[in-house]
Design a protein around this ligand. Structure first.
Ligand SMILES: *Cc1c(COP(=O)(O)O)cnc(C)c1O
Length: 362
């Protein structure tokens, strides 16, 4: 009925594009949080591992445990581990990103209690995004603590607030400056310095000189880098397709959908599709914001999107119940579709619900 077609050869292509932007020595951390951005966590992750990512990363411990349960052996960073999940995180051999004194001390305590030495950990600094991370004035604390034998400090990183913004970006420049300072302090204090990294997908394109030892890419593997020029180098992996459930004729002046969302300005043909806001096509896409493609022609979404369905105006389009409907593909990409609904590819892709069947194409 509703299918999210996933073209893994496009992932291969996108990985190659990212690899080519980087020095051969720069490592790639494959970010596969939120079910690999709403796709299919396991096949997507396995393909990334085959392609040669050096590490994987997820947002939360539970996501890392899921990957381990499915047999993924590659090192996995957990960007935002919550305190109560640390015992499970260690049991699954996941690598915590430590972002606060309390979290670090909690992990230290647990490792010491279990007499674990050299456990791989990462440090996240807050250089200006003001979300999570050690403040820049806690470098001394971090340096002293991460020397403990229970830890092996693998990497030190920060996250930029607006890598897709045209350069010069005031916030990114400030963050880069702060991070370089932190890097110097770590380098001066370590015999064997950790890795340093700053960039996400759009950062790879916009700040290649800041690639350091590794980059953390997620959305680029799906075909997007938040800028039309960079997107043109990549190929969207996911295409969303639905079908027509029913078509009716609606007379001039009649309403379509909940709350008289749209009044037909003339006699029209309305097609109902089995996809709604419960599936991730939110109400912000209603009221003629976006068009879907039916038999090569464009049909606007009319009125309010329902939970399980939405209606499109197919007047003048030759179509019938059962015909396929394209929401986004290589022509109208998920990024372009999202923009018309005033959102971004990340939100659209990760909102697609479980009623949409993921279909792999190799
Ligand atoms: C999600 C995330 C990334 C990946 O960002 P993309 O824009 O998808 O490449 C990188 N770093 C951190 C810390 C993240 O949370």
């Amino acid at each position: 009925m509703n299918s999210l077609h996933l073209y893994l050869t496009h992932l291969d292509h996108n990985f190659g594009v990212i690899r080519n932007q980087l020095k051969t020595t720069t490592q790639i951390i494959g970010v596969v949080k939120a079910n690999a951005y709403g796709s299919l966590a396991i096949p997507f992750t396995k393909r990334l591992v085959e392609l040669g990512v050096d590490k994987l990363a997820v947002a939360y411990t539970e996501e890392g445990i899921f990957l381990r349960e499915k047999g993924i052996k590659t090192p996995i960073m957990v960007f935002y581990p919550q305190q109560h999940t640390i015992p499970d995180l260690i049991a699954a051999n996941l690598e915590p990103c430590m972002y606060s004194k309390a979290l670090l001390e909690n992990i230290e305590l647990l490792l010491n209690k279990k007499e674990i030495k050299n456990y791989p950990v990462h440090i996240k600094y807050n250089t200006g995004l003001n979300r999570v991370g050690f403040p820049v004035d806690e470098v001394d604390f971090v340096l002293q603590k991460t020397k403990q034998p229970c830890f092996r400090l693998e990497s030190v990183y920060s996250h930029l607030a607006a890598t897709e913004e045209d350069r010069p970006s005031k916030i990114c420049d400030l963050q880069i400056e702060r991070f370089n300072q932190i890097k110097l302090q770590h380098m001066a204090a370590s015999e064997k310095p950790p890795q340093f990294h700053l960039l996400n997908s759009s950062g790879v394109f916009n700040y290649p000189e800041c690639q350091m030892d590794a980059v953390r890419c997620g959305i680029a593997f799906h075909g997007y880098a938040n800028n039309v020029a960079w997107d043109a180098l990549l190929k969207p992996v996911a295409e969303l397709e639905s079908i027509i459930s029913q078509i009716h004729q609606v007379e001039k002046g009649e309403a379509v959908g909940y709350d008289n969302g749209w009044i037909a300005p003339q006699k029209v043909q309305i097609a109902t599709l089995p996809l709604g806001h419960a599936d991730g096509i939110g109400r912000h896409f209603g009221h003629h914001k976006v068009q879907v493609t039916i038999n090569g022609q464009q049909a606007p979404i009319v009125g309010n999107i329902c939970m399980d369905m939405l209606m499109v105006d197919v007047s003048g389009i030759r179509c019938q119940a059962g015909d396929r409907v394209r929401f986004f593909d290589q022509t109208q990409t998920a990024a372009a579709f999202a923009e018309k609904g005033n959102t971004i590819s990340y939100e659209l892709l990760t909102s697609l619900g479980p009623r949409i069947k993921r279909q792999l194409h190799d």
